[in-house]
Design a protein around this ligand. Structure first.
Ligand code: NAP
Length: 317
């Protein structure tokens, strides 16, 4: 059996690191993983997680999704430039009132989360089309489906990712290629810590009092609890993604967190789009005590969510 070549971006920490190690450790050795990161000096954690797979089913390479030359050099260095499964994972967050963020900061988020994916696909898709073989897997977010308070730019970047993939998926079918969006809710990684710490440092002097208060005393105050209650681990996301890449007919969208599904379902329940916005508004501003009680209740239900991890369309297991 020939091994499938998997290229993953953003493997220095979090989901990318877990994914690379998990796929490389596949019991049936079905994959050769090229785990990439923009800064190779950050490779220590991955080397540790990869263990004996390093140099066997896992190799570490440099790739910066904001630099076309580095993407090309990385793909050129692979045997026959072959990538069977591209996992576009590299990304960054940004929270806060937009009046306190510079256009430069916003562009960096779009450049990484959206154009980073576009650059990868531009480099890899033509070869996949020629071979009529390939799977593009994108670590999107539930915020690619539904915007969340004070995540305006991050959600916009993930919406862009989803629109791009949805459009491309039709063309991909013509070449027997698959595209899958993995949509996690909160995941406890460096991302969560970095975003929170940056959020705490936000210069709120450009925001009015109501907005500054909302950000500090509602959003930041509940941030940690939301991650603690709903948060999955990077290993959870890696397990979900492994299932998706081993399916005969992988789905276009896959949400990893059953606790979050009721929120995203609101979006599809109302074509006018008011239902999710009104619900979030009421949850945050009118029923905050019920919201907090619900989070505590959800904490109790977490074990059930773990048990209910099934992928209906999975024909392989
Ligand atoms: N954590 C969550 O709650 C959550 C939820 C839903 C979706 N996601 C998505 O999951 C993906 C991974 O995030 P994570 O939670 O694992 O966060 P993380 O631990 O911060 O990992 C992000 C990775 O992306 C890399 N990266 C950033 N800019 C890059 C660039 N220009 N080129 C190459 N790599 C770059 C980082 O590298 P450096 O170490 O060099 O910065 C790091 O390896 C992101 O796309 C994120 O949007 C996260």
């Amino acid at each position: 059996m020939t091994q499938k070549v998997v290229l993953i971006t953003g493997c220095s920490s979090g989901i990318g690191l877990s994914l690379a190690a998990r796929i490389a450790k596949d019991e049936k050795k079905r994959f050769m993983v090229y785990a990439t990161m923009r800064n190779l000096s950050k490779g220590e954690a991955l080397v540790k997680a990869a263990g004996r797979t390093l140099g066997r089913t896992l190799e570490i390479k440099q790739l910066d999704v904001c630099d076309e030359d580095s993407i090309r050099a990385c793909v050129d260095s692979l045997p026959d430039r072959r990538v069977d499964i591209l996992i576009s994972n590299a990304g960054m967050g940004l929270i806060g009132p937009i009046e306190c963020q510079s256009i430069g900061e916003m562009k960096t988020v779009m450049d990484t989360n959206f154009f980073g994916l576009v650059r990868l696909v531009k480099e890899i898709l033509p070869d996949m089309k020629r071979r009529k073989r390939g799977h593009i897997v994108v670590i999107s977010s539930v915020m690619g489906i539904q915007g969340i308070l004070f995540n305006d730019i991050y959600a916009a970047s993930k919406f862009a990712v989803e629109g791009f993939c949805e459009s491309l998926a039709v063309q991909a079918l013509r070449f027997q290629l698959n595209i899958s969006l993995i949509e996690p809710g909160p995941v406890i990684t460096e991302f969560e810590r970095k975003v929170y710490e940056e959020g705490l440092k936000t210069d709120l002097s450009k925001a009015d009092e109501v907005t500054a208060d909302m950000f500090t005393n509602i959003y930041l105050k509940n941030y940690k609890q939301i991650f603690e209650t709903l948060g999955q681990t990077a290993d959870d996301i890696a397990e979900h993604t492994l299932k998706i890449i081993t399916m005969d007919n992988p789905p276009f969208r896959h949400q990893t967190n059953t606790l979050y599904t009721p929120m995203t379902t609101l979006k599809y329940a109302d074509p006018n789009g008011d239902l999710p916005i009104d619900t979030f508004y009421k949850m945050v501003f009118e029923h905050d005590k019920i919201f907090n009680a619900s989070l505590n209740f959800l904490k109790l239900l977490r074990w059930r969510s773990r048990k209910s991890f099934t992928l209906e369309k999975d024909n392989n297991n």
